[in-house]
Design a protein around this ligand. Structure first.
Ligand SMILES: [Zn+2]
Length: 454
């Protein structure tokens, strides 16, 4: 929740004008950002200590005195996890009356987390979002289409509040079958498209055959996108495609790319980001505390996304805003197997440049006998043969990941490339990119004694 001073600055000084907000964001000194963070963090702590049943309980369990907490690190072992949101009633987190509720689906659990917001909180994020749209060159005369999945998800509403704050024309098409979208969208002359990564690849394949229309900019939300897919979409539409980073827990974008397309600039006036346990390269799980919310504030929410704070300044206009790198994968998707430690970014790199691949892929590790089998399931474009794809993947491994290749040639691990028809891997909104089927096996083994006493 915001401190009175930051509230006055936000509402009165910056107000509704997206260009004024952007002007300010481009110039605010780091000291100012840290000052606002500190004040708003303390206000948030006081609020949850008074009103949130969940955090009151946690403070008590961990022996935390909220009155002396000054920064996230003072909270010690207190984190909020997806599991907490799934296993406690949403009411336990609420500190004020909500006006809207959304859900977020995980890639691990079939259950959905619920996140509640007030109208003012959504408008607030919308004002910042409008400044972000302005930075991409979007103006009130532009025509925006939202092709994001709408049921229960807040990415669409988050864009709606931003488009309203900017004052541009918006149609919420939702996530239609790409062919239907293509036919219905043509008449509108949309020049800004907000889309999901795998969906836009399918739409682009249609547009490549039947023709594109002029698009000023595309924004992608909801999931990571490979550079290969980005290049394909940009080349066909002759436009720029920017990625945004956020989740339902953050009500839309907490960070976004600039025109350099090299990492996400963070929105640090609204979130306090941390990477509490980085590895030697600085990579680790991104954790954030909400600083402006009063309905359902979250303390040190574990995003499961692995990234790092980028060093050095970006040479764009937003240079004052710190960056995180593109998401390297999810904590629960990093797997140690006979191939080595594998994570989604490696597979992305392994498959880069392999001809004949469609957008989606999935890696499944199994252990049918004594050694690990890594199945790389890829969707092929029409006409591509799995033999050629296999050869290209092995050639790429030879060149880019010699350690992996050694494990395969030593027989530590077997690799299988399984071709799938296009559009069959993805069952829900998000595709789980690395699946470890050995977990069930290892879990069962852990339950048994190592040797049977005679
Ligand atoms: Zn930049």
């Amino acid at each position: 929740m915001r401190n009175m001073l930051s509230n006055v600055l936000d509402r009165v000084i910056l107000g509704n004008s997206p260009s004024r907000r952007l002007w300010f964001a481009r110039r605010m000194p780091d000291g100012y950002v840290r000052g606002v963070q500190g004040a708003d963090f303390r206000t948030t702590i006081r609020l949850v200590a008074k009103r949130s049943a969940f955090y009151r309980r946690r403070f008590e369990e961990l022996g935390i005195d909220p009155s002396i907490v000054r920064c996230p690190a003072d909270l010690g072992d207190l984190y909020t996890t997806s599991e907490d949101l799934l296993t406690h009633p949403v009411e336990d987190f609420l500190c004020d009356k909500p006006h809207a509720g959304f859900e977020t689906t995980g890639t691990l659990s079939p259950k959905s987390k619920k996140l509640y917001f007030s109208l003012e909180e959504m408008r607030d994020m919308g004002r910042d979002g409008a400044a972000g749209l302005w930075a991409y060159g979007i103006r009130p005369e532009d025509r925006v289409v939202c092709a994001l999945d709408l049921p229960f998800w807040n990415a669409g509403p988050s864009l709606r509040f931003s488009a309203q704050a900017l004052g541009c024309f918006l149609v919420e098409a939702g996530k239609l079958p790409p062919q239907e979208f293509y036919e219905r969208a043509r008449d509108y002359n949309f020049n800004v498209m907000v889309v999901e990564p795998s969906w836009i690849v399918s739409l682009t394949a249609i547009a490549e055959r039947l023709g594109t229309w002029p698009v000023k900019v595309m924004l992608v939300g909801g999931e990571n996108m490979s550079e290969r897919s980005r290049r394909y979409v940009e080349e066909v539409w002759k436009t720029d495609l920017f990625l945004t980073y956020g989740q339902t827990e953050s009500f839309g974008a907490g960070a976004c790319e600039c025109f350099r397309k090299n990492g996400y600039h963070l929105q640090e006036l609204k979130f306090w980001f941390e990477i509490p346990e980085p590895d030697e390269e600085g990579n680790g799980e991104l954790v954030f505390t909400t600083l402006s919310r009063r309905v359902m504030p979250l303390l040190r929410y574990r995003t499961s996304d692995v990234t790092r704070f980028m060093e050095g300044r970006c040479d764009c206009d937003l240079r004052g805003l710190r960056r995180i790198s593109k998401i390297r994968g999810r904590c629960d998707e990093m797997v140690n197997c006979g191939l080595g430690n594998i994570s989604p970014w490696m597979i992305e790199k392994l498959l880069e440049g392999v001809p004949g691949l469609a957008n989606d892929w999935q890696v499944v590790t199994t252990r049918p006998g004594l050694k690990d089998v890594v199945e790389i399931r890829v969707e092929l474009n029409n006409g591509a043969s799995d033999g050629t794809v296999r050869d290209a993947v092995m050639a790429s491994m030879h060149e880019r990941f010699p350690d992996m290749e050694r494990n395969v040639s030593m027989g530590v691990c077997e690799i299988k490339i399984l071709a799938q028809p296009e559009g069959t891997l993805r069952k829900g909104r998000k595709l789980r990119s690395i699946v470890d089927l050995r977990k069930a096996l290892f879990g069962a083994e852990a339950m048994m004694p190592a040797s049977t006493p005679s």
